[in-house]
Write a protein that binds this ligand. Sequence first.
Ligand code: ASP
Ligand code: MG
Length: 423
Amino acid sequence: MGLVVQKYGGSSVADAEGIKRVAKRIVEAKKNGNQVVVVVSAMGDTTDELIDLAEQVSPMPAGREFDMLLTAGERISMALLAMAIKNLGHEAQSFTGSQAGVITDSVHNKARIIDVTPGRIRTALDEGNIAIVAGFQGVSQDKKDITTLGRGGSDTTAVALAAALDAEVCEIYTDVDGVFTADPRVVKKARKIDWISFEDMLELASSGSKVLLHRCVEYARRYNIPIHVRSSFSGLQGTWVSNEPIGDKQVEQAIISGVAHDTSEAKITVVGVPDKPGEAAAIFRTIADAEINIDMVVQNVSAASTGLTDISFTLPKTEGRKAIDALEKNRSGIGFDSLRYDDQIGKISLVGAGMKTNPGVTAAFFEALSNAGVNIELISTSEIRISVVTRADDVPEAVRAVHTAFGLDSDSDEAVVYGGTGR
Ligand code: ASP
Ligand code: MG
């Protein structure tokens, strides 16, 4: 008998109908002879609503209480789902993250899983139950406080449980049919990918693709857990994410896996920095000490007459205020003229391991952007990715142009978005 872990996202369990639909699917998996562990997210936009509520009573809620509040969302869906399954005549038990043995560090709002001890889940399964686990939460090892894993963290819960229970597969059910060659909300002709390597999936995730979180893919790669991303609304085969293609189908690694985009970043330009050793170090030490992660960096050529240069970098918009404040505070130490903040930018990335061995990919990428009349502000590359920053307004057009130029368009409009408010 196989053990499968299934994860259902918020849009799949948005209302009572959704919960009943998902319950039927879970029972099917059980009837097919599997032991089934289900990880569930909060219903629909519940998490956002709870955050709004917290902000109404306090501008800066304490991390501990914030986590206590947010984990309530998943408790609601897990209990309802267990009830719906029982109503179909099958045994089910729900468990909080803590009860399921998800042990984390004590960093509230973005805790990391440090151990999974799923003893109670094993027992529940051995007694013939379907085990339902609240996603996105755990309990801290030292203080025994309730923690959350960061937005979208249920995927990570699912993969972590799959690893701890030695599951055959971790199925991630969502509101699209799998991983697409571009965001189907932007590119109508995006194509579903049958199989993608962990490596390319990681790069897509860190370039803005939202279908799987980077952390979840990282975890799956570390423990070699194949992920099957598929829709809970259709019965279709989705996308397999694994080290090697799975099954009898000989799928070849595509040269280009897809085009990702990201409009969640902003750009800070430090203007009038003396062009001498130690300046970049001073700027990025200041940013690092404020615990801010940056993405791209460019330094302009210094003007010979003044000996001054500009340094630009990108970072999450949510960290913009903090970064500006930290730099301003260190202005005399670093020595710069002024700061410019720009949050009307977008990033477009082309991803594919085939880039390493196929000359001309970079040229074709820039030609596609140029033909679409898109101006480029920053460029960065890795072995298997090339990214540019453009005006935010140009992003949809740029993504479509690159997608077409690399022959990724499908013949039909197969990309369906079944649910979700995209909130
Ligand atoms: N409910 C949480 C969120 O919306 C966790 C998740 O959906 O994975 O971020
Ligand atoms: Mg959610």
